[in-house]
Design a protein around this ligand. Sequence first.
Ligand SMILES: Cc1ncc(COP(=O)(O)O)c(C=O)c1O
Length: 384
Amino acid sequence: MGSPFDVTPAELRRRTSLKWHTYPEDVLPAFVAEMDVQPLEAVVTAVTKAMRDGDTGYEVGPTSPRGTAYAEAFAQFAARRHGWDVPVERTRMVPDVMLGIVEVVALLTRPGDRVVINPPVYPPFRSFLEHAGRRVVTAPLTPTGRLDLDALDRAFAGASVHLLCHPHNPTGTLHTADELGAVRDLAARHDVRVVADEIHAPLTLGDEPFVPTTTIIPDAIALHSASKAFNLAGLKAALAVPGPAADELRDMPEIVGHGVSHVASIAHQAAYREGDAWLDDVRQTIRAHGDLVAQTLVERLPQARWHRPAATYFAWLDVRETPAVVATGTDPARLLLHEGRLAVNAGPTFGDEGAGHVRLNLATPTPILRDALDRLVTTLAAPV
Ligand SMILES: Cc1ncc(COP(=O)(O)O)c(C=O)c1O
């Protein structure tokens, strides 16, 4: 079997999803969380079978004895990968991670309540919470991308929920058991509940383990999905997993399950059951791509600063001190798009703390990443 990254630019250009369809052909897309990979064969087989069999109806609900197939597949995956004992019967399927977060936050809070986030962070955290009528309070990460416990302590005063991103998008930070323990103690002191978006959990890159939030914070609720790690964003499904002391999922309205796609559930189950080797190939390549970024920046753009991600497939680059940004004062993502014909995610969309940063997607074939890095370095190193 070849690498999941054995895919050509011509094949990628034929894709009609956001990444390869937003910009003209001369722009290289390295934005948005889509991976440039061949699909996992087990998913192709499972979805094809569902289509051939006409198995395209509704997902079975969680109260039915056969309604826990997704949770069972996830639980086996989580036991193998994270040594985590998932309480299958107490989980609830949700249409996707962001809608799951909104539903869980709705169970734990009332409109107008405060929810704490840690910018720079995945932009929909703020927009979905505000759309749901909650007030967003920020406790920014430290400059090294860690949780700032003093800032959390201040932000937790008067707040109801802490929406944690673990692993953290865009920095790739894996919160340690000690950090999660400190969050648990602060949250207990302020009567704050923790909701953890763990969608990137399978994408660890080094020796640091992913520590499931609910194993440290018993009344936390976590959200999982195969959509990031297995590149299935177009087949949306997700799971809310309660900690041993979190009972609220029992009150999840039955209608939430109406938004779950049965075919997506079939696809995710195949990934969870049969995707380990594919996933490990993907992680290995992304790890090597981290080396390539490090080497390129040291050699050709030493003014750029970054911390190697411990998980996710992003490089979060602080390029404030690079010659072109210093000379023009222009947002680097704009410079890269207009001068370098490279599309990255603009740092400020992740919060004010993201000014002068860009997020680069590393989940692409190595020659394409080399092209992206070349465009980035050439544009930002240029004395304007
Ligand atoms: C941290 C995080 N949460 C959620 C999502 C989106 O998940 P879903 O499509 O299941 O809502 C993403 C997508 O990139 C993400 O990075």
